[in-house]
Design a protein around this ligand. Structure first.
Ligand SMILES: NC(=O)c1ccc[n+]([C@@H]2O[C@H](COP(=O)([O-])OP(=O)(O)OC[C@H]3O[C@@H](n4cnc5c(N)ncnc54)[C@H](OP(=O)(O)O)[C@@H]3O)[C@@H](O)[C@H]2O)c1
Length: 431
């Protein structure tokens, strides 16, 4: 067997401590896969004395994680600190500049700086692997970078945030948003600050990376339209269910005829029969639509120390097997600038929620407005009166149209006296 590959691990939190444990318990099996041993030589975190549930006594300790990048006895730096800038970015840059291989789970960092870091890795002739950054244990990075590298993908849809999916699954069972969020926190599926998760930004970070792997456009958050799940009510789920749909927060990327890529994260209605509609709780899934391969769907545990550690360990075995690959599958000099595609250009069906005055003639006035704007209504549902002030919620679905028309109609309808609150729009996806 060749000499062992020596690893420095920065960050010993939820993921880092699990990675140490995984490597301690699976060293032989990993060596058998790559014919090379992987050995931890040094670790770094903020609090040296913290109890982390793993024995660190055999490893050198660095107070400053950047020291790992300078250690001669370290071939691979594993960055598990997190954050789009600061020490995580400094460490990854320093490690690549020192000619070390890098493994990271940091989607925020790569979504912001992935293009530049990939370029640096390629210049240095080393790997920058990030399987753990998207979908936890689900090997979607490898699927797109290696498995489907010769593919002709034209679309990608994905459930990318376990916290949000857990909340949506609870709302499906009758909880209101606040109750579902509180439950997710109690059960350990949501952080105290879950704004990035429920606001759609964690999904956007991951979608940025998947889009680069799939369509060869540089990671770029600014070109992604992002909506979160905070405005949903349990009534939306009840109405969706009556209509044969489930609600999921999806990352969507579509290759358009002119080769630009439409990208968005939004909650949407999905037919119950769709694979993605059957992803429950904290699970994640990625669906790739390919001209030749048709539909490929993978599902897995999207987060958590153990699941994520397996993805980090897989990257380490890949490095031990040898070879250097462009981090995004395509050499970074060939990655295109991300295209800007307006959300208004989306073409599809829509679900609309209104609050209107509970008076005779309101429904006729509303449908009249749709007709005025050339929108074709496919269903209308009125639920029980919610308050004592003569307001009722109305739920309308409309047939395929472009989003610009829907938005224009909604802005006009909102001005009508029968409309008592801003309407809400959800997209309806097809199977
Ligand atoms: N948690 C998940 O399920 C999951 C899933 C996929 C990807 N990820 C990604 O994995 C990465 C780590 O996440 P995590 O959940 O493990 O985070 P975490 O539990 O907060 O752990 C972060 C670790 O980084 C250390 N750290 C923070 N600032 C530091 C600094 N300035 N110098 C040295 N060490 C520092 C912390 O040290 P102390 O322990 O001493 O405070 C801690 O050990 C992030 O990029 C995250 O997005 C996480």
């Amino acid at each position: 067997m060749t000499a062992p590959l020596r690893i420095g691990i920065a960050g010993l939190g939820v993921v880092g401590a699990s990675v140490v444990k995984f490597l301690q318990e699976n060293a032989d099996a990993m060596a058998a896969r790559s014919e090379r041993r992987l050995e931890i030589v040094a670790v770094s975190a903020r609090k040296r004395e913290a109890e982390r549930g793993v024995d660190l006594s055999a490893y050198a300790w660095e107070d400053n994680p950047l020291a790992l990048a300078q250690r001669d006895d370290c071939d691979i730096v594993v960055e598990l600190i997190g954050g789009e800038d600061g020490v995580a970015k400094d460490l990854v840059e320093a490690a690549l500049q020192s000619g070390k291989q890098v493994v990271t789970a940091n989607k925020a960092l790569l979504a912001r700086h992935g293009g530049a870091l990939a370029r640096l890795a390629e210049q240095q002739g080393v790997n920058l692997f990030f399987e753990a950054a998207v979908g936890g244990a689900m090997p979607c990075v490898e699927l797109l970078r290696d498995g489907m590298i010769a593919g002709r993908a034209h679309g990608l849809r994905a459930v990318l945030n376990g916290t949000s999916n857990h909340i949506l699954t609870s709302m499906e069972r009758g909880l209101e948003y606040d109750q579902a969020l509180a439950q997710a926190r109690t059960e350990g599926y949501a952080e105290a600050d879950s704004a990035l998760d429920v606001g759609g930004w964690d999904s956007a970070h991951k979608l940025a990376l998947l889009t680069t792997l799939c369509f060869g456009e540089l990671p770029d958050l600014s070109s992604i339209h992002v909506e979160g799940i905070e405005e949903l009510t349990r009534e939306d789920f009840a109405v969706a269910d009556e209509l044969g749909y489930r609600i999921r927060l999806l990352g969507v990327a579509t290759l358009l005829q002119d080769r630009r890529v439409f990208r968005a994260v939004y909650p949407c209605l999905l037919p119950r029969s769709t694979g993605l509609a059957r992803i429950y709780g904290a699970r994640n899934a990625v669906e790739v639509l390919d001209d030749w391969a048709e539909k490929v769907l993978i599902e897995g545990t999207g987060a958590g120390g153990q699941a994520t550690a397996t993805a980090v360990a897989s990257d380490l075995v890949q490095i031990a097997r040898g070879g250097v690959h462009a981090p995004f599958g395509i050499p970074s000099r060939l990655l295109r600038q991300a295209s800007a595609v307006a959300m208004e250009s989306r073409y599809g069906a829509y679900y609309l929620r209104f609050r209107v005055t509970d008076k005779p003639g309101t429904l006729a006035a509303l449908t009249g407005k749709f007709a005025e704007h050339g929108l074709s209504v496919s269903s209308v549902r009125q639920r029980r009166r919610e308050r004592e002030n003569d307001e009722v919620p109305l739920y309308v679905t409309i047939h395929d149209t472009d989003e610009a028309t829907v938005r224009h109609a909604l802005s006009e309808i909102q001005k009508e006296s029968f409309c008592t609150a801003a309407p809400m729009l959800l997209r309806i996806e097809t199977d």
